[in-house]
Design a protein around this ligand. Structure first.
Ligand code: N2P
Length: 343
């Protein structure tokens, strides 16, 4: 009798612990840009797949790089931009993707595939794309010209926000100087650095997370920032205008990738494939304001969101470029950026 009782208790313990063990494994750790996925999209994923999502967010590619280099946190899905995909591949930090596990890949517009940063998409699957421009408060400044130089105008001292992003700030200065955002010539980079260092005294904040809120609240009148969030607030507030400067700037593509260190690779595939379903891509694109690469998603997007602000045409984008990995020059930029920020 006693033995039987003990056996029952022991097997119960075993069943319970096995169960909780497998349950704790059924998760996916996602590290993604802030404001990309809505809470209900995540819940829909969890409900449909039974996989729990642990979500952390970042606001710069460099923050993502650092996380993956130090290896302290283990992520299954990350979302680097173009040039950062290149850097992560070079540093051997990404898992090669088995495309048969992402059938929804077929919905992606070909113009976003096989690009220079990952020529065969062995390591990255495009998700959102957008531009970097600036927004301004028409009610505070009056009509402004479509040029980056307004971000350097002393009249707006203390009312300017710049992205807290080395490559994006250098891109602005380089375009003003008439160069490519991927310039590597030291003397030109030095000039760009001087421009940014001078600008610092009129900049109220360097901020890549709350740039939309800062302009909405009137804390700043002109904000350098990414299309989605700025276009979204301009859609609901007629005093806010989003500008793609005539000098050109950054065009970017953010991509799903699986880090080498991922522990739930199968769940990573399920996650990526889920968000490439046309209906889901449409939903999160409407939510975030960022443009989808998913051609089949377009018919699920409310036409009021298929605007030229969200989807600028080739002509508007003719001076816009994708960032490239600058290789060893990155170190020099890092140093310049630290000097600007700490002066
Ligand atoms: C989202 C930022 C957009 C990412 N908060 C730009 N690559």
């Amino acid at each position: 009798m006693r033995v039987k009782f003990l056996t029952i208790v022991l097997s119960l313990i075993l069943i319970l612990s096995l169960n909780s063990c497998s349950r704790s494994k059924n998760e996916v750790n996602v590290y993604i840009w802030s404001d990309y996925l809505s809470q209900d999209a995540i819940e829909e994923f969890e409900k449909e797949t039974g996989i729990k999502v642990n979500l952390d967010t970042y606001d710069s590619n460099e923050a993502l790089l650092e996380k993956l280099q130090t290896g302290v946190s283990k992520y299954d899905v990350v979302v680097p931009s173009d040039y950062m995909v290149q850097i992560l591949i070079r540093q051997n930090l990404l898992h090669e993707i088995d495309k048969t596990k992402i059938p929804n890949l077929k919905h992606i517009n070909r113009r976003f595939l096989n690009l220079q940063y990952d020529p065969e998409n062995k390591f990255s699957i495009p998700f959102f794309w957008g531009t970097t421009g600036f927004a301004y408060r028409k009610d505070k400044t009056g009509e402004l010209p479509e040029t980056w130089s307004v971000l350097f105008d002393e009249r707006y001292k203390g009312k300017i926000l710049m992205l807290d992003d080395m490559r994006e700030c250098f891109a602005v200065a380089l375009k003003l100087l008439g160069h490519s955002i991927n310039e590597t010539d030291t003397s030109i980079l030095l000039k760009a650095k001087e421009i940014l260092a001078n600008q610092k005294k009129i900049v109220k904040q360097y901020n890549s997370s709350g740039f939309d809120q800062a302009i909405l609240s009137g804390d700043v009148w002109i904000a350098h920032g990414w299309s989605g969030q700025l276009v979204k607030i301009s859609e609901s507030n007629s005093n806010i205008v989003y500008i793609l400067p005539k000098e050109g700037g950054t065009l970017w593509i953010d991509n799903f990738a699986i880090p080498k260190s991922a522990e739930n690779v199968e769940n990573a595939y399920v996650f990526i494939n889920f968000f490439l379903k046309p209906e889901m891509s449409a939903k999160v694109s409407e939510y975030s304001g960022y443009a989808t690469v998913n051609e089949s998603a377009k018919k699920f997007i409310n036409p009021k969101y298929l605007t030229k602000e969200r989807y600028p045409d080739e002509e508007t984008l003719k001076n816009f470029e994708l960032m490239k990995d600058l290789g060893p020059v990155t170190k020099l930029l890092d140093r310049f950026w630290t000097e600007i920020k700490s002066q």
